[in-house]
Design a protein around this ligand. Structure first.
Ligand code: FAD
Length: 525
């Protein structure tokens, strides 16, 4: 066994350098400076306004509230400053079959009875012809509120259906990065404007020692956080870590994005509408709507993709459509030498389930859990890489499910994705569902049981049988309880304010002067 080592100041990482000032860079700088800009350590962020940021990434998933909470960000202020709206889930249109519509809501899907999964009791009703499979969303407080365009923060009273609401945000990515920048700078992050033109390495270890800017300034670091976007300036261009390409499962490689004017009060959900070689997002913010067509260039050219997007907009475009290119996959090692990649430099999975910003947050949390000393321990680095791989693969499998579980055969794209082989980890999940509608959340898997159930049912994957354990409960009693549950969700949702009213009353509507104190994260009143 190794001798315990005395930690002396010189063993500590002192200089952390964040390369890039997009959403990932400022999330990292805000989080790191919250804890580490303590006079003993410095956090420097380098960004180049000439290169700019990707400027998309507007929909999130609920754990973003934990990230903001960690930074002590007042939620109403954040909503106002980033022109944000609430997101209760994603509405999928035309995915299982053309004409289908379902929601993947956040939060619970019904309540379990005596430890038996609600969805098994629901499946029993479906098998007996007493429920339509598509009616599962009636048992989700978030879905019912979303359907009525209403919103309420989760109540602390566990007996209230409102306690079952779970939510995330839609926000303006540029404004979020600006907001985090102000916070990070207040906490001591030093921002350096400039383009990195050279990277210097330690001769012996191969670690990155410093980066040089165009104006000749050299910035040294002990730990580098590569948030330089798709180019992966340090992790790939310098360290040549390698990329695992997943486009054989997820062939989408382009997106055309365009913001439009709002035509109505914003909905508290994202919409994802399938097209013949991809899908279109609609993300309603307070001041505009974000839209984009994600497609595979193997099946559709850019002109056709652009005209499909423009033909399916609700409001007037506010800018010229912009094309973005990507390859789905992940860096073989998210952390190599003394470089931790976060955001697009570490990998990318198309935005169908709005997971990229979460992957940044997840990487930051893991980095905190494994924050190194000098020299960096390979065991801690390997642990980080193992954990990041797990979460990337979780997201990958869940996103692939949306394509594999289609009945569409109206284009070569849909015929191919429906026939493709899927990763073994997903094939196993699909088989367990096919047999008895069983789903298990493995380890710290990102998407919980209700998410899998919603997408599987939403895309018409009917299991061959339900779990026999459901038959141990009295059918009439369960039916009555389910009816009461459904009615409770509906009646509760009808009493909630519309999302716009809620935002206005909270002082979170950007056009209004704040007239009520900001609610802090964690205060769910
Ligand atoms: P970028 O925004 O590209 O920032 C890179 C930074 O590095 C910039 O500041 C740049 O100036 C700097 N830089 C690069 N090279 C140098 C250099 N040589 N010198 C100095 N600075 C340099 N995520 C979600 O969570 N939800 C979504 O709905 C969503 N939608 C998306 C839709 C599309 C089409 C795409 C492509 C992505 C989407 N994402 C989404 C992902 C999201 O946009 C990114 O995860 C997020 O913006 C983080 O980007 P980034 O900071 O890693 O990179």
């Amino acid at each position: 066994m190794a001798e315990p080592r005395d930690i002396v100041t010189s063993d500590r990482i002192e200089k952390v350098v964040v390369v890039g000032g997009g959403t990932a860079g400022w999330m990292a700088a805000a989080a790191l400076s919250r804890f580490f800009a303590d006079g003993k350590r410095t956090i420097t962020l380098i960004e180049s306004s000439e290169i700019g940021t990707i400027g998309v990434g507007e929909a999130t998933i609920p754990p973003i509230r934990n990230f903001n909470g960690m930074l002590d960000i007042p939620e109403n202020e954040f909503l106002r400053e980033t022109r944000a709206t609430f997101k209760l889930g994603i509405e999928f249109v035309d995915w299982g079959r053309v004409g289908d519509r379902y929601i993947h809501p956040f939060g619970n899907l019904g309540r379990d009875f005596h430890g038996i999964s609600f969805h098994q009791l629901f499946l029993r009703e479906v098998f007996r012809g007493a429920a339509d499979p598509s009616s599962f969303a009636d048992y989700s407080m978030s879905a019912v509120a979303a359907g009525l365009k209403r919103f309420g923060r989760p109540s602390a009273d566990a007996r209230s259906p409102v306690s079952e609401i779970n939510y995330a945000f839609h926000f303006d990515a540029t404004l979020y990065a600006d907001y985090l920048r102000r916070l990070a700078e207040r906490q001591g992050t030093v921002r350096r404007e400039g383009k990195i033109v050279q990277v210097r390495r330690h001769g012996e270890t191969g670690d990155v020692a410093s980066v040089a800017l165009e104006d000749g300034v050299v910035i040294e670091g002990d730990l580098f956080i590569d948030c330089s976007g798709f180019r992966g300036l340090l992790i790939e261009q310098e360290l040549e870590t390698g990329y695992e390409d997943w486009s054989h499962w997820l062939p989408m490689d382009r997106a055309i994005a365009v913001p439009t004017q709002n035509v109505a009060s914003p909905d508290p959900f994202t919409r994802a509408t399938a097209h013949s070689a991809g899908w279109q997002w609609r993300i309603p913010l307070q001041h505009r709507t974000g839209n984009g067509h994600v497609f595979s260039s193997r099946y559709m050219d850019e002109d056709e993709a652009r005209s499909i997007l423009l033909d399916n907009l609700e409001g007037k475009p506010l800018a010229e459509p912009r094309t973005l290119r990507f390859t789905t996959g992940m860096r073989k090692k998210a952390w190599s030498h003394n470089v931790v990649s976060l955001g697009l430099s570490s990998g990318f999975i198309e935005p169908l389930e709005s997971t990229s910003i979460h992957l940044v947050q997840n990487g930051i949390a893991r980095l905190f859990a494994l924050f190194p000393d000098k020299p960096i321990s390979p065991a801690e680095r390997d642990e980080y890489n193992r954990g990041m791989r797990d979460v990337y693969e979780d997201v990958r499998d869940f996103v692939i499910l949306h394509y594999k579980a289609t009945q569409r055969d109206d284009s070569a794209f849909w015929r191919d994705v429906r026939a493709m082989d899927v990763p073994d980890s997903l094939a196993r999940k699909m088989e367990l569902w096919r047999l008895h509608g069983r789903v298990f959340r493995e380890n710290a898997e990102l998407f919980a049981l209700p998410s899998w159930v919603a997408v599987m049912l939403g895309q018409n994957m009917r299991p061959e049988a339900y779990d026999a354990i459901a038959d141990t409960l009295d059918e009439a009693k369960v039916r009555t309880a389910m009816e009461q549950m459904r009615e409770g969700y509906r009646a509760t949702a009808e009493r909630l304010p519309t999302q716009e009213d809620f935002l206005r009353r909270a002082g979170a509507w950007y056009q209004d002067q704040p007239d009520t104190p900001s609610v802090r994260f964690g205060s769910f009143s």
